[in-house]
Design a protein around this ligand. Structure first.
Ligand code: NOJ
Length: 703
């Protein structure tokens, strides 16, 4: 029996004994581990703690958390509060804990669900050993605008890819059991459509139509709900005049009633209080009323619930049953996390040294998150015997921490190997020189056989509240590449970033270009492996790369419109409307050919088979992608949508028959009321290496 069911009677008995203040306290999440209001904990006015010192935890330095310190706080709740209800400890364990993996956008680039899940399992195990019960991941916001810094935190632009990863992250964090000491409660955030923030400006208002909401923004959350995600976070955003935090249709309506999901909904940081700023609540009391009635159970760091819910119930503005239902959900979560069995964390379980297996998992994921965009003349991998000049601002060993990416709260710089050391470790018989300053880099470039220039974004240029008005490299970097490119020594550019960038000038300057979404702890060794050929650059783009900012928003699963290509090929007078690189694109160190596409369709859905042949000299991995188009439907449908993919390893010269299937439900689409349409008619299917290439055929589906 699950702990939450085993403790059902105790939960009811606690609810029966609690004062209104204590009930509101269970719904109050206080920030910080340092200045915790212990008097409030003693009075039962705190239900959970977010172990972060500021609202910008992803960008600020954070104090470490330790089981011993959290146990101390727990003792106050358990031993000194009237009912002894344990605290729930939360922290943003986003893309790893001590073992920091690639940022989620890089994880998406891996198209490797198993690797993503393993990273989540490792994060859960490490963070739980530090005393943390609950993490605020996965972030499932579909993002079509790379100006938005938070694109780094999500799985890109595609609802299917994001849904697959959503399930894996939830299972990775939770499936070991929230009470097992190895699992943690996950949180699907930010519900919903936060990625629509206009102009890519974080927290801005969004515009989203009902059908886009249903078909693009909701599906990853539905996947997380189906995987049993324990909690969901309401987004900061408002659209259609309604902030998500106070939107009963989204929270109680879609999540709870339509999907039958019964977990805990938490607000984002201070978002309940911010309903006043949105202009939908006159004061903090009304903000608390709107949020609770909409379905928000926990008020994160906003102070509205504990201050106002008791009086709101006494005055009849909030029915006590609504308060009780929220408290019940929170207590069930605590029980599920094992807190009613043992509220303390063993103090000797935290990892001291990162286990090799954890490093290997992070490194394998990093290899598969790095995307090869150009490789003229097969310059990569670098041949043995070359004298390599390693230059560029992000090659600075002192800057290695930047490879962690945004939202690294518990990664330790000392655990990292910088790229220069990693390359030198691989280097025999290659020689690796390093120059820090641009002038030295130029001098060195004249003397060595190949230049590797590492450029891109430092980690705090992406993530929360780090929107940009440009997709160019930071100042000076393009010029450096252009200068180096003119010298005549072959140039490899490694671009490390938290978003897609407009890389045209990089492609013009460099002979080979690797794009690495901040790869985490193992960045140095992983990039070195890829440069030297010990690993494939296995990533495929999880977002469309624009030619320039002016094309944004640009995404592959757009509508055909009434004036599609080819008659109106160039919709811009100054640029083609095609992207720089399509969604799903990525080269490798070998080549693949597709042949013999066969499809079968019946009441269960679609099954496709295709032969993929490794036509190159090296063993390699391919991400086989299946896209569908519903040719004629009652509502216009995208020109194509990813419906299945599979990463396969194929030895040089060998072929593999790859099978991909699409369940019947996924052949349909939703209308604005969330009704699934499975409409008979012809469909087009493409199977290939990215969203623009591949074999194509048509079939009939009977609905
Ligand atoms: C604000 C962010 O929007 C959210 O993603 C995060 O989990 C919370 N702060 C807590 O740090």
């Amino acid at each position: 029996m699950l702990p939450q069911d085993r403790h059902a009677d105790r939960i009811e008995s606690l609810i029966g004994q609690m004062t209104l203040e204590e009930k509101a306290g269970q719904l109050n999440q206080e920030p910080s581990t340092v200045d915790v209001p212990l008097d409030m904990v003693e009075k039962g006015l705190v239900g959970s703690l977010i172990c972060a010192n500021s609202a910008y935890a992803g960008t600020d330095r954070q104090a470490r958390v330790r089981a011993a310190a959290l146990n101390e706080l727990q003792r106050v709740a358990v031993e000194r509060s009237r009912l002894g209800i344990p605290l729930l400890f939360a922290r943003d364990v986003i893309h790893g804990h001590r073992t920091v993996g690639p940022i989620p956008l890089g994880q998406a680039a891996s198209f490797w669900p198993e690797g993503v899940r393993r990273l989540a399992e490792i994060a859960a195990q490490e963070a739980r050993a530090d005393g943390i019960h609950w993490t605020f991941t996965p972030m499932l916001d579909i993002a079509r605008d790379p100006r938005w810094g938070r694109i780094a935190e999500g799985f890109g632009e595609d609802p299917h890819l994001a849904s697959v990863m959503a399930e894996q992250v939830v299972r990775g964090f939770q499936d070991a059991g929230l009470h097992s000491g190895k699992g943690m409660a996950a949180c699907a955030k930010h519900y919903v459509a936060y990625g629509t923030a206009e102009g890519g400006r974080d927290y801005n208002t969004g515009e989203v139509t009902p059908t886009t909401l249903e078909n693009v923004y909701l599906p990853p959350f539905k996947a997380a709900a189906r995987a049993g995600v324990a909690t969901v976070m309401a987004a900061f955003i408002e659209f259609d005049g309604r902030p998500a935090t106070a939107n009963p249709d989204l929270l109680n309506g879609i999540l709870r009633r339509r999907w039958g999901w019964d977990g805990v909904i938490v607000s984002d940081w201070n978002a309940v209080a911010e309903l006043v700023n949105h202009g939908v609540a006159a004061d903090l009391a009304q903000a608390a009323e709107l949020a609770l009635l909409a379905g928000v159970d926990i008020d994160m760091a906003g102070g509205a619930y504990w201050r106002h819910l008791p009086d709101l119930v006494r005055s009849g503005r909030v029915p006590v049953e609504v308060l009780d239902a929220a408290v019940r959900r929170v207590l069930r979560l605590k029980a599920a996390c094992g807190l009613f069995d043992d509220p303390y964390t063993p103090e000797d379980a935290a990892i001291v040294e990162i286990p090799d297996e954890h490093r290997r998992a992070a490194r394998a994921l990093a290899h598969r998150s790095i995307v090869l965009l150009k490789n003229q003349g097969g310059i990569l991998p670098l041949r043995p015997g070359l004298r390599i000049g390693l230059v560029g601002p992000l090659a600075n060993p002192q800057a290695k921490e930047t490879f962690f990416g945004t939202w690294t709260l518990d990664g330790e710089e000392e655990d990292m190997t910088d790229l220069l050391s990693a390359m030198r470790a691989h280097a025999a018989p290659r020689e690796v020189w390093h120059a820090l300053l641009p002038d030295e880099a130029v001098a060195q470039a004249r003397l060595c056989d190949v230049v590797v220039a590492v450029v891109g974004e430092w980690r705090h240029r992406s993530g929360e509240d780090n929107s940009t008005t440009t997709l160019d490299l930071p100042p000076g970097q393009t010029e450096l590449l252009q200068y180096l490119g003119r010298i005549g020594t072959p140039l490899v550019a490694v671009v490390v970033a938290g978003r897609s960038l407009a890389v045209e000038p990089v492609l013009e300057a460099a002979d080979a270009v690797l794009f690495a979404f901040h790869p985490g702890l193992e960045a140095g060794p992983a990039i070195a492996d890829v440069l030297m050929g010990d690993a494939e650059p296995g990533g495929r783009l999880p977002v469309t790369f624009p030619r320039s900012l002016g094309q944004v928003p640009i995404y592959y699963n757009r509508k055909n419109t009434g004036r599609p290509v080819p008659n109106f090929r160039y919709r811009y007078v100054d640029r083609p409307d095609s992207p720089q690189f399509p969604f799903g694109f990525g080269l490798g160190y070998t080549t693949f050919e597709y042949s013999d596409l066969e499809v079968e369709v019946d009441r269960d859905g679609l099954r496709a088979r295709v032969t993929v042949t490794n036509t190159g000299q090296r063993d390699g991995e391919e991400v086989v992608q299946l896209y569908l188009r519903d040719d004629v439907a009652s509502l216009s449908r995208p020109i194509k949508e990813l419906k299945a993919f599979q990463r396969v390893a194929i030895p040089a010269g060998r072929s593999l028959r790859v099978k991909l299937s699409v369940p019947r439900q996924a052949m349909g689409f939703f209308d604005g009321e969330g009704r699934l349409h499975l409409e008979p008619g012809t469909f087009t299917v493409w199977v290939g290496p990215n969203s623009e290439e591949g074999l194509q055929t048509q079939f009939r589906f009977d609905g």
